[in-house]
Design a protein around this ligand. Sequence first.
Ligand code: GDP
Length: 515
Amino acid sequence: MTAKIKKTIEVSSKRSPVVVVLGHVDHGKSSLLESIKDFKIISKESGGITQHIGAYEVDVGNPPSPKTSEGQRKITFLDTPGHEAFSAMRLRGAGVADIALLVVDAAQSVQPQTKEAIMAIKKAEIPMIVVLNKIDLPTANPEKIKGELVKIGVVVESMGGQIPSVEVSAKEKTGINELLEIILLVADLQNLESDTQSPAEGLVIESYMEALKGPVATIIVEKGILNKKDIIATDLALAKIKSLEDFLGKPIESAYPSQPVIVLGFESVPTVGEKFKSYKSIEEARAKIKREQPKRGLNVSVLEAAPEKKVSNIILRGDCFGSLEAIEGMLKNLPQDKVNLRILKSEVGDINESDGKLAEMSKAQIIGFRVKIDAGVLKFLKADEQKKVRIKTFDVIYELIQEVRNSMEKSLEAEITRKEVGKLKTLLVFWAEKNRQIVGGKITEGEFKKGLKLDVLRNEEKIGTGKIINLQRDKKDVDLLKKGDEAGILFEGNVKIEKGDILVAHIEERKKGEL
Ligand code: GDP
């Protein structure tokens, strides 16, 4: 890899890389984005980042080569982690990111969403960097993760492949500099350039309505230079730009490729993932805008579920056709191997009584995006306490998708896992009464705690079960005893313990179902 880098580094790129962070839930995507922010954006101006705008830029000092050009010393991070958002943007034809970081918890293992993320990255045909996070944990085992990744076709450099990997701790902010340098190296290989002469074009990455300012959108310029007072339009929304701000909220006159900027001046809220272009006049821009489709029919997408599969029904309401399209796109990307998601209806406008009736009939959940719940539906539901319909509304698309994912997961049976925590050899049986006994013995492995469940083994065969009602040592109550300790146990169970039996203490953990 080194030889190749040296060669291409001389062709200086003009555009900084745009980076997206993907990976399984809880593996530390948000923490990583936060720690890069804290590490590199010193809140010298305007008190740092005060609002979530969907992207930020970092200035990377000490570039890996003195020949790296000015423009390349910045990196733009998309601040909406998760492959669902990423895939939805791609679905709408957007290039979005140049590089993907695949975050894997080094103390865990490759998980279902790690695999989904890898698939999304491969589809996007962009380079990936494997980020092994939580390296601060004593149980972290990055080599194990690398081995697991090889099995699913992701071969990192130290395993003989082409994909760079880096060990970091988002918590302790270690490895961050190294990660940023690797991002620049990978960007150098891509030779990222952009035509600054052409009319400005780009992508909406975040948008919302603000009471005082009106529609607010964060966009990333992909081509050309966007200036204050320019006229831009997406498929559905038009803006005569009133103001441009950088990601710190500082007013700016122009925005360059790869730079995230906040735009004020849209007539309506543009949809995340939409492309925008600049036009010479309002008339020209308006002529390009597609007419909003007023309503769409029932049964937008009904996938016939196999009989053994769970089905999760939802009714969607959105503020505009574009939002619904984006949401449906993301929902279709949710894994449906275990639970089928059926969108029974997807319409523009507030949630009304007919939605309530349909939801009740079909046991569906109603999900709204930037819409209100009208009085009719509330009256309809209140009229009869038996009518149980879940209605939720959202302003942020990713939260909506997460909610649907959660409710699909809830419909799956929880997985029960059993973990052994200790073993005791019975030496004495003191006393027996109905289903209770006091037994004494020595802990030969692990530990024993009050309340734990027990399996009773005789000649290595399980003959019954019970639990530890009370635990004593030297006739005094204790909560915990360890290997080597002598223990007195008040046992309650469905079997009579005899001298020589082995008691195995264990815990059962309920793990929620995963899609
Ligand atoms: P996300 O769902 O992938 O965005 O994960 P989060 O960033 O929310 O992190 C999930 C959990 O892991 C949180 O409790 C974090 O505090 C924790 N976490 C994240 N990074 C690290 C790390 O480097 N070390 C340790 N020990 N914990 C971490």
